[in-house]
Write a protein that binds this ligand. Structure first.
Ligand SMILES: Cc1ncc(COP(=O)(O)O)c(C=O)c1O
Length: 403
């Protein structure tokens, strides 16, 4: 099919994006997929030979390259090789998979855990396995795309409630038939805004209306709670979440996703979820790296204190300069710009001054809410953050985002 001469809907969609990308590249405003040649100490990267301060990484505790984690991955390659020869159910579960799942269950204060090949796949497969036609899934409007896709794939009635609005969540629960199976699902820390779900009220409502509760802890593990266990620890609650979902690709420097919960739930998922039955398991090196990373988090609690102190410093500095950072209290910091153009300009200016930041524009966020979505990690030093604040503030003034 020649995109230059045909004109069906697929061709038009491809052409729309190609032209948009070409336009951005032509104006030196395209900053996605940059070639990172080296990661230095977690807070700096080398891009096309230039050293840049990294403010777009989800390695919240700065664990990428940690010697203990690297050594565990290398030892697993020596012991098991580099692949898993197919699905675990048939080709066999490696002992490192079992070890990892036991580590996750203990860390999350759950009876058992199951792992999948990515966080995205975990949300898709777990929601669509548990829920089906005639059931109801009730989802926060700002939930991650993988949750939305899992809800749609399940075939259940899909209801959304206004972001973190507990009155509307209750209304949605009241609107579902009392005897229907219901699942309430939300991010713990929202990936675009950085704010924290009202878990105490969400859990209370789920109990009152007999709904299952699933929480995605992609951005809260390692960040929320004294020992980084996430949103339950943050609010001083224990075991109010039925389906504790997380990813192994952010704070945990590996790849994969997991769910922790009651033994029966995990046994059911390991025999009924299609991504477990029909897709190969995590490679040994990645499983071993993840397993060791949970141990490092418990052994090095200073990292949790540091990422949170860095978050507070960064947010306070941006606010003092006059930026709107919405309701974030975590390591994800939206720097609101207004129009897409302003977000691109702010990115360009920061990138030219060796600050690695990325814009989030429509349709990923509503029109008029374009932003830089910056992140800080435990790998940043306070002096680096001060420098970044200086660069963003100067650029923000030049562009007219702040006075
Ligand atoms: C909230 C949330 N859930 C799930 C995912 C998917 O995780 P993974 O990258 O491991 O597929 C992401 C990734 O960006 C996320 O932000």
């Amino acid at each position: 099919m020649d995109i230059h001469t045909t004109d069906d809907a697929v061709t038009r969609r491809i052409r729309f994006f190609t032209e948009r990308e070409d336009r951005l590249r032509g104006n030196d405003l395209y900053f996605y997929n940059q070639p990172v040649e080296e990661i230095r100490g977690g807070s700096r990267v080398i891009v096309k030979g230039r050293e840049m301060g990294m403010y777009a990484s989800y390695s919240y505790l700065g664990l990428i390259g940690h010697p203990r984690i690297n050594a565990a991955a290398k030892a697993a390659v020596d012991k098991f090789g580099t692949g898993t020869n197919g699905v675990r159910l048939l080709a066999g579960t490696l002992t490192i998979h079992t070890e990892l799942e036991e580590t996750i269950a203990a860390y999350k204060h759950a009876e058992a855990a199951i792992t999948y090949s990515s966080g995205y796949v975990t949300n898709l497969t777990v929601i669509s396995t548990l829920m089906g036609r005639g059931d109801f899934v009730i989802s926060d409007k700002l939930n991650h795309a993988s949750i939305v896709d899992g809800c749609l794939m399940s075939g259940a009635e899909f209801r959304r409630f206004k972001h973190n609005d507990m009155t509307e969540l209750e209304r949605r629960l009241q609107q579902t038939p009392a005897d229907a199976a219901k699942l309430v699902v939300a991010d713990a820390v929202f990936s675009m805004d950085g704010d924290v779900l009202d878990l105490p009220k969400t859990a209370e409502l789920c109990k009152k209306y007999n709904a299952w509760l699933m929480i995605d802890e992609a951005h809260s593990v390692g960040v929320l709670g004294k020992t980084g266990r996430g949103i339950e620890e943050h609010f001083g609650l224990d075991d109010v979440i039925d389906i504790k979902m997380g990813t192994l690709s952010k704070t945990i420097p590996s790849v994969g996703g997991y769910v922790a919960g009651k033994k029966e739930l995990i046994r059911y998922l390991s025999h009924a979820s299609r991504a477990f039955i029909f897709s190969a398991a995590l490679p040994p090196a990645q499983a071993a790296a993840a397993n060791e990373a949970f141990k490092v988090i418990l052994d090095e609690p200073w990292r949790i204190k540091k990422v949170n102190a860095n978050g507070r410093q960064f947010i306070a500095g941006l606010k003092a300069a006059g930026f709107d950072t919405m309701l974030t209290t975590t390591a994800i910091v939206p720097v609101m710009c207004g129009t897409d153009e302003r977000a691109y300009q702010l990115t360009q200016s920061c990138q030219h001054k060796n600050l690695f930041v990325l814009p989030v524009v429509s349709p990923a966020v509503p029109e008029g809410q374009a932003r830089l979505r910056a992140t800080v990690t435990a790998a940043h030093e306070p002096g680096e953050i001060d420098h970044a604040l200086g660069v963003i503030t100067e650029a923000g003034r030049e562009i007219g985002i702040i006075q």
